[in-house]
Ligand binder design. Structure first.
Ligand code: HEC
Length: 371
């Protein structure tokens, strides 16, 4: 599962609590290596205020401290994509990844989990004076949802609720704040964080229970580290109050979810249908994001293909793909980036980037084609 992310939120956390410092560990203790996404607030950020590096980084830091080891953060884009986990956590690049869905089926036996540490899920975002207590109370209202998310599917089945569809939680919250919607139904962690840093806690969040709406998050490790897993499990109970405190600091909502059954059996059936792997994959899919593609291109591909694709040598000039391949462009692109052309010096990227990342790069390349 790729958790819904807030991208491009530069605002610092308006919260006074100081970050916990890793304990001064004995020089002999080897660092505990935490894999984290550098741009996934409220969970982790490599560029945020050091006093608020993100919920998962602070949980990792608390675990390291409890184990008497220094924390070392290994930054990896889209860490929670399965391919990325294969090349980081499962390849021994790091020891822990905080916040993975604790489901046996998530990635097979190579990934093992601690006990759950957090519950994450979708929530209703309501004005403080709203009397709404369940989905049924949204009748007649305009409700902002994220495109492709389970709430969008749920509300699509209701003729008495108008959906206002947004591409990401930030846009949905902006539309709500601008009066284009009366309420929102969004990934709670994102909505809570935006509500805090951009909207001064204007709204009230109510988590919603239902299939594909709530997840237990745990700490994931490679199955080569069962001993470390047991050590972490042993310190987690004592860390529970700290984790609650940190969740509050980052406005990641806790609290008893409202029961979706109030929405009627038809909706429940739909939610169950959404829980099927195929539907979940659809719900996970983001649209192509050329901006993100450009970022990846310029940090990884530009070494050989030139910054923003500008390069002399025609053989590696990716601005000529359209001229060269025409209708075969997409097929040639994916064959080449997935498998590489090892004999020519083009690496294979299949194990490095998710299909979504590679699609984003293609989306960017389409914007710079020569005519
Ligand atoms: C280490 C150098 C290197 C890096 C890094 C690299 N490439 Fe390449 N790439 C090459 C070379 C060399 C070729 C030309 C192979 C040939 O002559 O057939 C190539 C060819 C390609 C082609 C086919 C071009 C054509 O005209 O047929 C595509 C598409 C491509 N690269 C995409 C990427 C993307 C996307 C990335 C980043 C994820 C990337 N490359 C990173 C070296 C690199």
């Amino acid at each position: 599962m790729r958790a819904v992310q807030i991208l491009g939120l530069a605002a610092a956390l308006a919260c006074g609590a100081a970050a916990s410092q890793a304990a001064v560990a004995p020089a002999s203790a080897s660092p505990l290596r935490l894999c984290a996404d550098p741009a996934n607030l409220p969970f982790s950020s490599s560029t945020a205020d050091p006093a608020a590096p993100g919920l998962y980084v602070e949980i990792g830091s608390a675990v390291a401290q409890a184990l008497g080891r220094p924390l070392h953060t290994v930054w990896s884009l889209s860490i929670f994509g399965k391919r990325n986990l294969r090349t980081t956590l499962l390849a021994g690049q790091c020891d822990l990844a905080v916040g993975l869905p604790a489901e046996a089926g998530f990635m097979g036996p190579r990934l093992i989990f601690t006990q759950p540490i957090l519950q994450l899920g979708y929530a209703l975002v309501l004005p403080p004076d709203s009397p709404a207590r369940s989905i049924d109370d949204l009748k007649g209202l305009r409700v902002a949802v994220q495109f492709g998310s389970p709430p969008q599917g749920l509300l699509a089945a209701r003729s008495d609720i108008t959906s206002v569809t947004a591409m990401d939680p930030e846009e949905a919250m902006r539309r709500l704040a601008a009066g284009e919607a009366d309420a929102a139904f969004l990934w709670g962690a994102s909505a809570g964080y935006i509500n805090r840093v951009l909207l001064n806690e204007r709204y009230r969040l109510v988590p919603v229970q239902g299939p594909q709406l709530q997840f237990q998050a745990a700490i994931g490790l490679s199955n080569k580290q069962p001993g470390l897993r047991d050590e972490v499990d042993a310190v987690l109970p004592a860390l529970a109050p700290r984790i609650r405190e940190l969740s509050a600091k980052y406005a990641v909502t806790a609290g008893a979810p409202v029961v979706l059954a109030a929405a009627g059996s038809q909706q429940l059936a739909l939610a169950e249908a959404l829980a099927s792997p195929a539907a979940a994959a659809t719900a996970d899919a983001r649209r192509v994001d050329p901006g993100k593609g450009k970022e990846i291109f310029n940090s990884t591909c530009a070494h050989c293909h030139g910054p923003s694709g500008v390069v002399e040598d025609r053989k590696i000039n990716l601005r000529r793909l359209q001229l060269k391949y025409g209708e075969q462009l997409e097929e040639t692109y994916f064959t080449t980036v997935n498998g590489g052309r090892p004999s020519k010096g083009m690496p294979a990227w299949k194990e490095v980037f998710t299909h979504q990342d590679l699609s984003d790069i293609l989306g960017y390349l389409r914007t710079i084609q020569e005519k």
